[in-house]
Design a protein around this ligand. Structure first.
Ligand SMILES: Cc1cc2nc3c(=O)[nH]c(=O)nc-3n(C[C@H](O)[C@H](O)[C@H](O)COP(=O)(O)O)c2cc1C
Length: 172
């Protein structure tokens, strides 16, 4: 079985944010996709070990920021390779609180959406959360960052908690 075939599936790159009372947090996720139009619903797949997972699970709200292609690697690193358990990711970055109370990252963001969790499905290491749209806005025009661009141009890697992570020895 050639696991590299899975790399041919295409994705965008997003920041999924949520909160636990006064604590705000967010993480990079590629596994974000719309599942229905009426009502507008999306699915996000979060690792059960991530702090963002625990915040979404508890609060029942999350936001998605669509990242621009020009997003610096360093910015992706803060949200994708560090846990909110160790650092305050919202310190010093531009964000706002949406109408559901969820934090929304505005930096390097083309558009955002906020959701209420409608259902979830456990998939083993990850939980697939289904959210119904409660608010959305376009911030600026631009090209969205894709997972392909992240790998090919930015030479970025997938960390262990990403659903698309493939161990080096298994990928060979
Ligand atoms: C390019 C990229 C894509 C990622 N995609 C996902 C994803 O779809 N789901 C997920 O749970 N983690 C994904 N991650 C990993 C999380 O962003 C990472 O584990 C993060 O440190 C979790 O932070 P937290 O503990 O503050 O929530 C991705 C990371 C990167 C860099």
């Amino acid at each position: 079985m050639d696991l590299k075939a899975l790399h041919k599936i295409t994705y965008g790159l997003y920041i999924v944010s949520s909160r636990d009372q006064e604590r705000l947090n967010g993480q990079i996720a590629n596994t974000v996709f719309q599942v229905t139009a009426t009502p507008p619903r999306v699915a996000v797949c979060l690792n059960r070990e991530n702090l963002t997972h625990s915040f979404v699970n508890k609060s029942g709200i999350f936001s998605i920021s669509v990242l621009e292609q020009e997003t610096p690697f360093k910015f992706i690193g803060i949200f994708g390779f560090h846990s909110g358990r160790d650092i305050d990711k919202f310190k010093g970055i531009k964000y706002k609180i949406g109408k559901t109370g969820v934090p929304i990252v505005l930096e390097h963001t083309l558009a955002y959406m906020e959701f209420k969790v409608e259902g979830k499905m456990e998939t083993g290491t990850h939980t697939l959360f289904i959210g119904t749209l409660r608010g959305a806005e376009i911030i600026k025009e631009g090209t969205p960052l894709t997972y392909d661009y992240y790998h090919r141009v930015l030479k970025g890697k997938s960390p262990k908690n990403a659903p698309t992570y493939i161990e080096e020895r298994r990928a060979k």
